[in-house]
Design a protein around this ligand. Structure first.
Ligand SMILES: NC(=O)c1ccc[n+]([C@@H]2O[C@H](COP(=O)([O-])OP(=O)(O)OC[C@H]3O[C@@H](n4cnc5c(N)ncnc54)[C@H](O)[C@@H]3O)[C@@H](O)[C@H]2O)c1
Ligand SMILES: [Zn+2]
Length: 381
């Protein structure tokens, strides 16, 4: 079992108000990089390119939904000082493919990409993962800047350096560790984000509160309407503090050998529900929300967490517009098979992230499969 004691003791600037509170620093083996969360953060792009000594051309990779909304803004910002090229992949998870990566390689190589050039990943986690993968591999690596436009990407996927594409055998099976040089999260871009996508990102923010930051959980509870109403400075502040949890975790454990596993709270059953329901039926964050409810129940039954804390978690997830029960039509067998808890696998190989209380979680390997089945069966009736 592993504790996350003092996880946040070395956390970068957490939530204080003030001119420089928008910047979080993340350490990685490739160097330190900054995440800026603020309304208007994109305006920093030209100055950041200069400060980082990036002199080459900008290759913007975006998707067909985000491109029409924000591409002009980026071109206006950097176009005057350097050449800009752009490519919009089809919006959606199916774009995270080797085939599309190859299309992007061809686009860049035929356009004469050089190692001093920079890829700007403008969009959600799909664009971030795909563009990061391409940036890390074309010419053995060009510069990368992440410009996340979803809550999920701002507080989770743009940080930590995991890039990747999907394979027929599963999600994210092909990829690299390749952190961005800087991440600029402009909260004004969230104005166009559909509410369901917004809520799916908030699920991960609530997760961060439960696993590592009780004060963040309290403040999400108290300010949920302001968050959804995009009332600044509250929205930026909550997104920044939620991002700070991920920043601290990946700084402490870049390669997921220890504490980074805690970020998988709600994901063991969440991923299984996503797969069993058929990809696309549940948004990832929605599946994680249900996974957190079920993991919370497992925690209680294994002597952790309390009914009162699970009730608070449930109420916050519900208030955020997230589901806490699996969709109809699933069977416990199908979900357990997707977890790997069928006969083929040793139960001890499945890791469970279980909360001890709001603000602290542990990694547990010895949860009896029969208990998981019981919790699932109850939730499915
Ligand atoms: N690398 C990591 O560490 C990591 C961590 C978690 C998740 N991920 C990956 O992230 C991906 C999910 O990311 P996501 O939730 O951001 O989904 P996404 O990138 O598919 O974006 C969701 C939808 O919102 C649209 N969109 C994005 N920004 C918008 C805006 N500002 N206004 C209007 N529409 C907008 C997109 O076009 C898309 O249709 C998954 O592929 C997942 O595997 C990666
Ligand atoms: Zn997740």
């Amino acid at each position: 079992m592993m504790q996350n004691a003092d996880l946040l003791s070395g956390a970068p600037a957490r939530g204080e108000a003030g001119a420089d509170s928008s910047g979080l620093w993340i350490k990685s083996s490739a160097g330190e990089y900054q995440l800026v969360v603020a309304p208007g953060a994109l305006k920093q792009l030209p100055a950041q390119l200069d400060a980082l000594g990036i002199k080459g051309r900008c290759w913007i990779i975006t998707d067909t939904t985000v491109g029409p909304l924000y591409l002009d803004r980026i071109v206006e910002l950097v176009g005057p000082s350097r050449p800009v090229l752009s490519y919009a992949v089809p919006a959606g998870e199916q774009s995270k493919s080797l085939a599309l990566a190859e299309t992007l390689y061809t686009w860049m190589l035929e356009g004469g990409v050089e190692r001093r050039d920079v890829v700007l990943a403008l969009g959600g986690g799909v664009v971030g993962d795909l563009a990061g993968f391409v940036a890390s591999t074309v010419l053995r690596g060009v510069e990368l800047i992440q410009l996340p436009t979803t809550v999920q990407a701002m507080i989770d996927s743009s940080m930590g350096g995991k890039t990747g594409v999907n394979h027929a055998r599963g999600k994210n099976l092909i990829g690299t560790f390749y952190p961005a040089r800087v991440i600029l999260a402009d909260t004004t871009t969230l104005r166009s984000l559909p509410r369901r996508e917004f809520a799916a990102g908030v699920a991960e923010a609530i997760k961060h509160g439960v696993i590592a930051d009780a004060a963040l959980f309290d403040d999400l509870e108290a300010n949920l309407d302001a968050l959804y109403g995009l009332a600044e400075p509250i929205t930026g502040e909550l997104i920044r503090r939620s991002a700070a949890v991920k920043a601290a975790v990946v700084t402490a454990d870049e390669r997921e050998l220890g504490v980074r596993m805690l970020l998988n709270y709600g994901h063991t059953l969440g991923h299984a529900l996503e797969a069993a329901a058929g990809y696309g039926a549940l948004l990832h964050g929605e599946a994680v929300s249900i996974g957190m409810e079920l993991a919370g129940q497992i925690a209680i039954r294994t002597g952790r967490y309390s009914e009162a804390e699970l009730a608070r978690q449930r109420a916050l997830l519900r208030a955020a517009g997230l589901p806490i029960a699996p969709p109809p039509g699933l069977t416990a067998d199908a979900v357990l098979a997707a977890v790997g808890l069928d006969k083929k696998r040793d139960a001890g190989t499945v890791r469970w992230i279980l909360p001890e209380r709001i603000g602290s979680a542990v990694v547990v390997r010895d949860v009896p499969p029969a208990l998981v089945r019981e919790v699932l069966e109850q939730a499915l009736t």
